[in-house]
Ligand binder design. Structure first.
Ligand code: SF4
Length: 109
């Protein structure tokens, strides 16, 4: 997918129709084990504007935060209280990279 060539209506429609073989964001799998089923295309083939229009976050941290909110039914307080310490997203669930010094709170790091 090169530049944004789809109308807003088309983008909204494609977002809802990932099982439609005409959707430009899916393709027939080239892997035999997938038996010709549709798979998502590599997002690097989609224009940045189309990705934003499809609702994707611009940064991994925002994406993780959005996924955590989705996991908790949209509740910010439930994300804050999450106890799934072994979840790969847990340390980033507040939308900050705690491994960067500026994001640290209440520690001597
Ligand atoms: S860290 Fe918690 S809220 Fe975020 S995805 Fe994992 S389980 Fe869900």
């Amino acid at each position: 997918m090169s530049n944004s060539t789809l109308s807003e209506q088309e983008k909204a429609s494609w977002k809802k129709s990932f099982r439609n073989p005409d959707n430009p964001y899916v393709e027939r799998s080239p892997y035999d084990t997938d038996r010709g089923n549709l798979i998502g295309i590599d997002p690097s083939r989609i224009s940045k504007q189309d990705l934003l229009d499809l609702g994707h976050a611009r940064s991994p941290l925002k994406s993780i935060r959005a996924k955590c909110l989705d996991c908790c039914g949209g509740s910010e307080s439930e994300v804050r209280k999450c106890t799934a310490l072994h979840c790969p997203s847990w340390s980033f669930r507040m939308g900050r990279n705690v491994f960067h010094a500026k994001a640290k709170r209440g520690t001597n790091d």
